[in-house]
Design a protein around this ligand. Structure first.
Ligand code: UD1
Length: 415
């Protein structure tokens, strides 16, 4: 297994260009199953999760090509057998459930995998698809779903789950009549999905608010689309600039998607300028200070930036508290940061941190995607070399991560 090595203490500077959003593109790919024809998706990040989804969708029939961040998906006849090993590798593979049910009326799917960051049930997906008329049963470890004709109705989510909102939106596009999703998730990636579905001929309004209305249509057609920037990748580079205290320009970012992070960084004395599509982190003027955050569904502080922010707080003056409300086991990175000299007291859903003067490079292990990014961020300011195992997690979600960091002046390499 490869390791990522990071030499700490180097000055960063320059520009970094943000790729398309992982959590948007995976759902757009799934949405193509609702239609027929050739779909072109641009600004596709070249990351492992996209390749896994490509393999998984191909196993259902579509022919997919991907080069230079442009993906072409040709959808014609489909199979409802989503039991390939790839399904188990990625949480987002559950997103084919809604489209396949709506399009074929029958689907067999493995339980999805993904990052080990806590319990990740799919009850909200299944219960609400049942309210649209689907039936589910377990067979030999697989979930089998059937629906002769989905029928729109009012759905009230007990929690604004991103994946459940998206699955229901997609299924409802081909349902008879109108579906209203209340307490829907409001993440920007859901707005991308709405825009994509509408370009396919769907009738969806309200994404980005807590009520989404879908008027069912008979069929959907091919289209083209460009994916919005990845707010989590952008946030990771913002935090990299904040921790090193160096000037970094982050280009091709939807700054308003990062408001919750930027508000908190201001409280920590991070100095930056924000334009619509660009964030510049300026050289540190005052010492970085600790603060408290609570993660939550958008527009609250994103759980996917919690690990990187935790890394930042380990070297901030004073005390901080990080409360994780979205997942029940998302602090493995904190244990690794302790090995680097961080002063963190953990309990099940929160971390109390007292900032230290210096972190120290050592051998650490990334247990999940964003936790891995947090270790890289910490390593940028650690004394000496940090050796990070579990790089395969980082590769799931960051395009050319070390190349982008090295272009900014860092020294990151694989071994
Ligand atoms: C998506 C993102 C992930 C991000 C998360 C929250 C993708 C591919 N992944 O994941 O990076 O961390 O949103 O912003 O887009 N839950 C249930 N039952 C369900 C569904 C979810 O209890 O049926 C719980 C989960 O266990 C979790 C919480 O709800 O504790 C949030 O999950 P959800 O919003 O569904 O996240 P994902 O769509 O899986």
């Amino acid at each position: 297994m490869q390791k990522l090595l990071v030499e700490g203490g180097l000055r960063l500077g320059g520009r970094v260009e943000i790729a398309g959003a992982k959590n948007a593109v995976l759902k757009l790919m799934a949405a193509t199953l609702l239609g027929k024809g050739t779909f072109q998706i641009r600004n596709v990040p070249m990351i492992k999760d996209v390749f896994t989804m490509q393999g998984m969708l191909s196993s259902l029939g579509p022919k997919i090509s991907l080069a230079n961040n442009v993906m072409e998906i040709k959808v014609d006849e489909l199979s409802g057998d989503a039991t390939s090993k790839l399904v188990q590798q990625m949480r987002a593979s559950i997103q084919v459930l809604g489209p396949l049910l709506a399009r074929l009326g029958k689907v067999t799917i493995s339980l999805p995998g993904g990052c080990a960051i806590g319990d990740r049930p799919i009850d909200l997906h299944l219960d609400n698809l049942e309210k649209l008329g689907a039936r589910f049963f377990y067979d030999n470890g697989y979930i089998v779903g059937e629906a002769t004709q989905l029928v729109g109705t009012e759905l009230v989510l007990s929690y604004p789950s991103v994946g459940a909102t998206e699955n229901l939106m997609m299924a409802a596009c081909l349902a008879e009549g109108t579906t209203i999703i209340r307490r829907a998730a409001k993440e920007p990636e859901i707005v991308d999905l709405q825009n994509f579905l509408n370009k396919m001929g769907a009738r969806v309004v309200g994404a980005g608010t807590e009520t989404i209305r879908i008027d069912g249509v008979k069929s959907l057609h091919e289209t083209e689309f460009s994916v919005s920037p990845d707010r989590i990748e952008a946030g990771t580079f913002v935090i990299a600039g904040a921790i090193t205290g160096d000037e970094i320009e982050i280009e091709n970012v939807e700054s308003k998607h990062l408001e919750s992070l930027l508000v908190v960084l201001k409280n920590c004395n991070v100095h930056f300028t924000v334009e619509k599509k660009r964030i510049v982190i300026h050289q540190r003027r005052k010492p970085l200070t600790g603060t408290n955050i609570v993660t939550g569904p958008y527009p609250a502080f994103p759980t996917d930036l919690q690990p990187q922010f935790t890394a930042l707080m380990t070297v901030a003056k004073g005390n901080s508290e990080i409360k994780e409300t979205v997942y029940n086991n998302r602090f493995q990175h904190a244990i690794e940061l302790q090995k680097m000299g961080a002063n963190i007291t953990l309990n099940s859903s929160s971390a109390r941190i007292t900032g230290v003067e210096k972190l120290v490079g050592t051998s650490v292990t990334a247990a999940d995607l964003r936790g891995g990014a947090a270790l890289v961020v910490a390593a940028l300011v650690a004394d000496g070399i940090t050796e990070i195992s579990g790089v395969e997690h980082i590769d799931r979600g960051y395009e050319n991560f070390e190349h982008k960091l090295n272009a900014l002046g860092a020294k990151v390499w694989r071994q």
